[in-house]
Design a binder for this molecule. Structure first.
Ligand SMILES: [Mg+2]
Length: 456
């Protein structure tokens, strides 16, 4: 039997590389997970979806033709970006160096092992590996990030690339960990002199499972195993491209639905307008909120549970005149609503068009939401902000003198009766609420704009 096990599990014919040594000469098995370990696979862009839509997109319960990781189009789109931009590495640099060492060693079998299904993904996977190797070779004459591997003949090569095959007589595919462990067991059975297995993976759940799997098996006296957790790396697709792909996937899902299945439809949450916190500023606020949750004994804070947080200038779904927006965007009373301005305001993906405003977070107030069970204490925490530069023009639809606050909640079904936007003195008094100064004020950075999230 000559490496029949390798041939049996391999999914990409062009990526099968039979080792020079025969079966009895192979001492080590190195296993590289694909998604977010070897390749920075795209994950859904959180800014585009409501929390429920993300859950729906990731599972097959609603997307009956397959969720995010079953559809090749998202991975394919990311690879288009990868080829177009060689100044950004879409692969995990450290893993690339390790795979090259693994492949070079004549006594090591190195494989890619992924839970992606063979049928929809094998040709894409083969293309990604082949094209990336070509990028490295071509980089000899340019300054792309692949340059350091331009002369490495072991670059991104493996003995086999193993995707999840449908096991005969099985109605559906095996769960990924079960599939991976049965492959490993088969290699141990058929390579009698294997004495070391190393697994690289990013999923903590799988790391734990691999460890207990190896703990329980003692195939031979000198057997060693290593399970190496790899920090998860991922990228986001261009939001416009991602939207059109999701739209297409949903359409296909509708076309193939059975008669008792509901038609899926992309809708939008009510449009929010205001100052949107940067990722870093959101982290600062969450840290503050976490401290307050402990103080107020809340299990959950309802009004800052979604990304992104923002400082609203009107209630969700309410619109504000373009003239007003123009005045705030250019920070001047006499700003005219020109086509050029509108173009800039609605194209803030271009960093040059962004209107950044810094705020100082000065006070907070917390309020429990009435629930029937004390142990489920749910609450609201509002942070009061003032513009760092006092001359910043901010116009809101709220009562005169109302405080500006931070909200991190995009209503799926407006109105959410407990979340409030208009914090004038009357409201505070009537509700027995008083602002408490923060011990240390913090500064946050925001972008002025508006948007809504997809829901389905
Ligand atoms: Mg992974």
């Amino acid at each position: 039997m000559n490496h029949a096990t390798l041939k049996k599990w391999n999914s990409c014919p062009g990526e099968l590389n039979i080792p020079q040594k025969d079966v009895s000469g192979m001492k080590r098995l190195h296993i590289y997970d694909f998604d977010n370990t070897l390749y920075k696979s795209p994950s859904p862009n959180r800014i585009l979806y409501s929390n429920r839509a993300i859950r729906n997109l990731l599972t097959n319960d609603v997307m009956t033709t397959g969720g995010w990781y079953d559809q090749p189009c998202f991975l394919e789109e990311s690879f288009k970006m990868c080829v177009a931009d060689t100044q950004q590495l879409f692969w995990n640099e450290q893993m690339l160096s390790l795979t090259s060492l693994s492949y070079r060693d004549p006594e090591t079998i190195s494989i890619v092992l992924t839970g992606r299904k063979q049928e929809p993904f094998s040709s894409l996977m083969e293309k990604m590996l082949t094209v990336t190797r070509k990028l490295a070779v071509a980089s000899e004459d340019n300054d792309s990030l692949y340059n350091k591997w331009s002369k490495d003949s072991n670059f991104l090569k493996f003995n086999a690339v193993c995707l999840k095959k449908r096991i005969s007589r099985q109605a559906s595919n095996l769960p990924t960990f079960q599939y991976k462990s049965s492959l490993i067991a088969d290699f141990i059975r058929n390579y009698p002199n294997l004495e070391e297995i190393t697994v690289y993976d990013d999923r903590l759940q799988h790391i734990k499972q691999f460890k207990s799997f190896f703990h329980q098996m003692r195939p031979r006296p000198r057997f060693q195993w290593f399970v190496i957790p790899v920090p998860q790396l991922s990228i986001n697709l261009d939001p416009v491209a991602e939207y059109s792909l999701v739209h297409r996937v949903i359409q296909e899902c509708n076309e193939r639905r059975s008669t008792n299945q509901q038609l899926l439809e992309i809708k939008w949450t009510p449009k929010c307008t205001g100052f949107f916190l940067t990722m870093e500023s959101q982290r600062i606020i969450l840290k503050q909120a976490f401290r307050l949750t402990k103080l107020s004994n809340f299990k959950k804070i309802n009004n800052i549970s979604e990304y992104p947080m923002y400082v609203p200038i009107c209630e969700p779904g309410q619109s504000i005149s373009l003239n007003t927006i123009a005045q705030m965007y250019v920070n001047h009373e006499n700003a005219a609503t020109s086509l050029e301005f509108l173009n800039k305001f609605y194209n803030q993906r271009n960093p040059e068009h962004r209107k950044n405003v810094e705020f100082i977070v000065t006070h907070y107030v917390s309020k429990p939401i009435p629930t029937s069970r004390e142990r489920d204490r749910v609450g609201l925490v509002y942070f009061k902000v003032i513009p760092k530069d006092r001359s910043t023009k901010i116009i809101t639809t709220f009562e005169a003198g109302a405080s500006l606050v931070i909200i991190g909640h995009l209503t799926e079904k407006p109105p959410d009766q407990y979340i409030h936007y208009n914090f004038d003195d009357d409201y505070m008094r009537e509700n027995g609420m008083a602002w408490t100064p923060l011990k240390n004020t913090v500064t946050i950075d925001t972008t002025f704009g508006n948007y809504s999230k997809m829901k389905f």
